[in-house]
Write a protein that binds this ligand. Sequence first.
Ligand code: GAR
Length: 194
Amino acid sequence: MKHIALFASGSGSNAEKIADYFADSTDVKVSLILSNNPKAGVIDRARRLHIPVLLFDRTTFYSTNQITELLLNQGIDLIVLAGFMWLMPADLVRAFPNKIVNIHPALLPKFGGKGMYGHFVHEAVAAAGETESGITIHYVNEHYDEGQIIFQASCPVTQSDTPDDIARHVQALEHIHYPRVVAEVLATLTTQES
Ligand code: GAR
């Protein structure tokens, strides 16, 4: 059995899609959802999905290695960031080499980096007059949005699209692709180990 830990700061629609995808799996289990935001929608979703939640604050995350230790002790194989808005600390990245993936709501390397998250991304894409946007699923390193790209998918953007319209199209792509790509990354881990 492979164990996933999901990190989310917001609504958690991607976290829920991933949990649904593996709900009946005998090989993969979403064991834990972690969040920095006690008001995050993902917490209600986790409760409904019967997945344990761990809330943590900035000091615990950046000034102790409690989260890293817990994930190692729980035998977590893959960390999946699903709308998690904080930078992963160096000790956590080192403890899970190529075992942390993130989804970014644009076609990296465009519209990435510090401050480029959630709705800010779609506002920037609209303001720049882009003709397409999309999603990037990538490995996580110690810098925002810079790890190796695993998968991208794009959608057209028209002159009349508002940031909300772009967000809707991008989120649809996320929900279609993220669970499947997570399954593929897990399959790669299994192959490496056997
Ligand atoms: C998603 O669109 C995800 O790509 C984005 O936050 C949203 C979370 O939605 N992540 C980032 O911007 C990370 N830099 P959700 O809570 O409904 O899954």
